[in-house]
Design a protein around this ligand. Structure first.
Ligand code: NI
Length: 258
């Protein structure tokens, strides 16, 4: 059984003490590949360097909406140079975070750099990993109308079923993380039950969003099987089938990791 954690942040300081052991635990848990995402140009470069030293680790490069203030006129060129590496699987996570950002000018900056980075993904023919927190309308508007033809994943999907359907229509996938295992997972299990199985990816967002029963602790890629088990329950299939389906989905979207 082979899993892929399509979304982690291994360069986070949470792993300063035991990063190698963390990767070993992931491998022991059947997580054969991990995509580690940066959040600034500098951290994206660090993520790439780390991925180049370890087999089975790939990088995502970007400026994250929460660090939009670090964006400058050279950022897109620097990301372009990084993204040419065979170890860069995608552009991300990019997008909009209206939960943390309430200021309208700063939200405008998020939209601007989201569009610029989507264009970068398009130019390099790389998938985009999209972060959308309480910005469903604008996220969908940009993906459908402003930069068309980029494929990608809406990571830690938190929208409605109707939004998921719109995303599937434009070739997008949805990412499922620890919160699906929470008692208050709301409508997410129902949405996943109705979604095409070939459009769902497993991800941890480590070190955040630990699944039950690890909720509240530091998350790590080795926890993927908890999320897979919940998805197996929702889909009424075996965990082996979830592994097979989601791994083939991840390789289809993120071609460079296949
Ligand atoms: Ni993340």
């Amino acid at each position: 059984m082979e899993f892929i954690d399509t979304h982690a942040h291994l360069t986070d300081e949470a792993y300063n003490e035991d990063l190698i052991a963390t990767i070993e635990r992931a491998k022991s848990a059947g997580v054969a590949k991990i995509i580690t995402l940066g959040d600034t140009v500098e951290n994206s470069a660090a993520s790439l360097t780390f991925s180049q030293k370890h087999s089975g680790i790939f990088a995502g490069v970007c400026v994250h909406p929460e660090t939009a203030a670090t964006w400058d006129e050279d950022s897109v060129e620097k990301l372009y140079e990084l993204a040419k590496s065979e170890k860069v699987a995608g552009i991300g996570e990019i997008g909009l975070d209206y939960y943390w950002e309430k200021d309208e000018d700063k939200r405008e900056l998020q939209r601007k750099i989201f569009v610029e980075q989507l264009n970068l993904a398009k130019e390099l023919n790389l998938p985009a990993c999209v972060h959308d927190r309480e910005a469903h309308g604008d996220t969908l508007k940009i993906l459908k109308n402003e930069v068309k033809g980029v494929r990608g994943v809406c990571h830690c999907f938190s929208g409605s079923y109707e939004m998921a359907v719109e995303l599937f229509k434009i070739g997008f996938y949805i990412g499922v993380d620890g919160p699906v295992t929470f008692k208050n997972a709301a409508k997410l299990p129902e949405i996943l039950a109705k979604s095409p199985k070939d459009r769902v990816l497993l991800e941890t967002d480590s070190p955040y969003l630990s699944p039950a029963p690890m909720r509240g602790k530091r998350n790590e890629p080795a926890n993927i099987p908890y999320i897979a088990a919940k998805l197996a329950e929702i889909w009424s299939v075996s965990v082996e089938e979830v592994a097979e389906i989601t791994t083939s989905n991840a390789k289809r979207l993120y071609e460079k990791i296949a």
